[in-house]
Write a protein that binds this ligand. Structure first.
Ligand SMILES: C[S@@+](CC[C@H](N)C(=O)[O-])C[C@H]1O[C@@H](n2cnc3c(N)ncnc32)[C@H](O)[C@@H]1O
Length: 195
């Protein structure tokens, strides 16, 4: 990742923190990933040579830039979904500034409906929207996954009750390796295709 993109990400981190501290309406907060979590997501995406990435929960595009920067140099592309048109507009602007808009398809609407309409296949899925509908989205995505696909979800420690059904569904998948990394708000990392 070049220095200009790194600088933009630091600016977005500062902006996001200031915005969220001043905003009382949770639905309007940016809720960008913690930088350390973003580093791990990025390393997994880049190190696994993922090229078909799906992100559920774009917000203002902070994590989308990390994902695109990780996979675009190897020809990878990212589809990212958010129901907020306002946030998607900001994400588009931020991705343009970062130079990664071409590598990203932004989709606006309910994530479950959009996931149902996507063809796949995906080799890297990052769940970062509402934890409640993630299990349904997971079921819809299972037939659309590459043989070895990473399935990541944030908020595994910050929202234990909300994410419990997703984590149970992940643990029950055949051929899955799963770990919960205590970074940021808690990152669930799973890889399909074992044995
Ligand atoms: C935690 S934020 C995503 C943060 C982003 N990944 C980042 O690091 O910059 C969650 C986002 O998911 C969106 N969202 C929540 N539930 C959704 C749903 N059911 N369908 C589509 N978007 C949803 C919200 O509008 C919000 O922007």
């Amino acid at each position: 990742m070049n220095a200009e993109v790194r600088k933009l990400l630091v600016e977005l981190e500062d902006l996001g923190q200031a915005h969220d501290a001043a905003e009382s309406d949770r639905s309007r907060k940016f809720l960008n990933l913690e930088p350390e979590t973003a580093q791990i997501v990025s390393m997994l995406a880049r190190g696994s040579r993922a090229t078909r990435v799906l992100e559920i929960g774009t917000s203002t595009g902070y994590s989308t830039i990390w994902l695109a920067a990780s996979v675009a140099p190897a020809g990878g592309r990212v589809i990212s979904i958010d129901r907020s048109a306002d946030k998607q507009k900001m994400a588009r602007e931020n991705l343009t500034k970062a130079g990664f808009l071409e590598a990203v398809e932004l989709r606006c609407g309910d994530a479950t409906e959009i996931v149902a309409s996507l063809a796949g296949p995906f080799d890297f899925v990052f769940f970062d929207a509402d934890r409640i509908s993630a299990p349904t989205q997971l079921v819809l995505l299972l037939p659309k996954l590459a043989p070895a696909a990473f399935l990541l979800a944030d908020n595994a420690l910050s929202h234990p009750a909300e994410i419990a059904d997703y984590l149970t569904a992940i643990e029950n998948l055949p051929g899955i390796q799963h770990a919960l990394i205590p970074v940021g708000k808690g990152l669930s990392v799973a890889l399909t295709g074992l044995g």
